[in-house]
Ligand binder design. Structure first.
Ligand code: GAP
Length: 453
């Protein structure tokens, strides 16, 4: 059997995501809303595992980072000072032939003439700037005075709350403020499944430092972030660091790396790690008239801290995790015949369900009772799934397809019917090798927990 092409592979991934409840199109029964997605029962678990793990390594395991959960609706003054009201836009063009709205960089060029990528039309409008922010109104009056924006990045509330957080946390430079939350961008052309969405989540860290520490910390955070991706199961070979050239960087950035991933639809950005100098705090200090300075007790100097920002997308990372985990191999069915198996090889740390528990037969009460006891035993330590329906091979396949790393089967040996020495032992199956070994029920928690943490 030949390997699927990248396009076929992506099609299979999208279909699996829907079929098994990872990701659904938003408002699907009404025809869907473009660029918006809902996470189903397994998607939400995967997402939580990712966010919790990011929070653990970024905040809980460090002394120098604290958290924030800022509001989504944002005062227009914040986004004026940050430059978003004026400049957070993409150049846009319409095709007069097929009416497609396009980003300038989507046009194709043939023999020096720009064409519409959808219909090949050459009758295009002039370029105009399209601001990507969603605008709304706060309060009963829907006029200019009540405009607020849905935040286009989580970063700004960190800058605006810098002084409050500094005062309550009493941190010394360098230190960071982390946030995970929704961001909204009215993307001209959402595409590639969840990759470019109009509503998405970010995991952002603003790491404040003295100016002379900036470049070194930029390198440090690039390495830390690469380690993070590897620790959730993304292979280094599929990750790439792009040193963003001067002409592409924001004018205030002294250095930016994009961490990119080889998706089936091409190599694209997962995260930006940017040294933003003191631009953001200076802008907010100027616009608000409130001091955002830091007093260095050692040097007795007042300064506006500089900042290094690792900014990752939750949805993009989740998509990368699914793409990375998706595999097809050969496995024997219940009759011992080899067949194609679809498997998500998630790292156990982020797998939505850690362990599935099966009684060999559902009509043998002692097997069912024992299996349900094991569910109760494991549940306080991990997400589990109990399944008694269908042939055991089919049940394994269903769990392989959603990436459950471990399977526990209660069989007649467990009851001690064939060999008293095997009483209260079960088979523990490994998803990737499909190998099974016998483990005492009392040792299950101890065996599994180090492998999922
Ligand atoms: N505060 C800096 C900032 O927002 P960005 O490069 O615009 O920088 C950071 O966004 C990350 O947010 C991206 O690397 C990506 O993972 C995610 N992201 C940005 N736009 C997105 C979109 N339309 N859909 C999904 N994720 C997006």
């Amino acid at each position: 059997m030949s390997a699927p092409s990248d396009a076929q592979r992506m099609e299979k991934i999208v279909s699996l995501c829907k079929r098994r409840g990872f990701i659904f199109q938003s408002s699907e029964i009404y025809g869907g809303l473009n660029g918006l997605w809902d996470y189903g029962p397994l998607g939400v678990e995967l997402k939580r595992n990712l966010k919790n793990y990011w929070w653990r390594v970024t905040v809980h395991e460090r002394d120098d980072v604290v958290g924030l959960d800022g509001s989504i609706l944002t005062h227009p003054a914040v986004l004026k000072a940050s430059g978003h009201v004026e400049g957070f836009s993409d150049p846009m063009i319409d095709c007069r032939t097929c009416k497609a709205h396009l980003r300038l960089d989507q046009l194709v060029e043939k023999k020096g003439i720009k064409q519409c990528p959808s219909c090949g039309g050459k009758d295009l409008t002039e370029t105009r700037q399209f601001n990507l922010m969603f605008e709304t109104h706060v309060g009963a009056a829907a006029d200019e005075s009540s405009i607020a924006y849905l935040r286009p990045e989580t970063a700004q509330s960190i800058f605006v709350q810098f002084k409050n957080v500094l005062e309550v946390s009493r941190k010394k430079l360098p230190f960071g403020i982390a946030q995970i939350g929704k961001a909204f961008r009215n993307e001209i052309n959402p595409r590639n499944f969840t990759f470019r969405s109009r509503e998405f989540e970010q995991m952002e860290l603003e790491y404040f430092c003295r100016p002379e520490q900036g470049m070194e910390l930029l390198e440090y955070w690039r390495e830390e972030r690469l380690k993070f991706y590897e620790s959730i199961g993304i292979s280094r070979a599929n990750l790439h660091v792009r040193n963003v050239p001067d002409e592409e960087r924001a004018f205030y950035s002294k250095g930016t790396y994009d961490i990119e991933y080889d998706f089936p639809f091409g190599r694209h950005e997962l995260e930006g790690v940017a040294y933003r100098s003191d631009y953001d705090l200076s802008q907010h200090q100027k616009a608000s008239g409130k001091s955002l300075e830091y007093f260095d007790e050692e040097t007795k100097e007042k300064l506006i801290p500089h900042v290094v920002e690792p900014s990752a997308g939750v949805d993009r990372t989740l998509l990368a995790l699914i793409c990375e985990a998706y595999a097809e191999d050969q496995a024997p069915n219940d009759k011992g015949e080899m067949e194609t198996r679809t498997v998500l090889r998630f790292h156990p740390r982020i797998a939505p369900i850690k362990c599935a528990i099966f009684p060999l037969l559902k009509n043998k009460e002692p097997l069912v009772v024992k299996a349900k006891e094991i569910v109760q035993l494991l549940r306080p330590h991990m997400t589990v799934f109990y399944d008694e329906s269908g042939a055991i091979g089919r049940r394994y396949r269903r769990q392989d397809e959603i990436g459950t790393p471990f399977g526990v089967t209660v069989d007649f040996e467990t009851l001690g019917e064939r060999d008293a020495a095997l009483r209260d032992t079960v088979t523990l199956r490994d998803r990737d090798s499909m190998k099974q070994k016998r483990v005492a029920i009392k040792d299950l928690v101890e065996t599994l927990t180090p492998r999922i943490r």
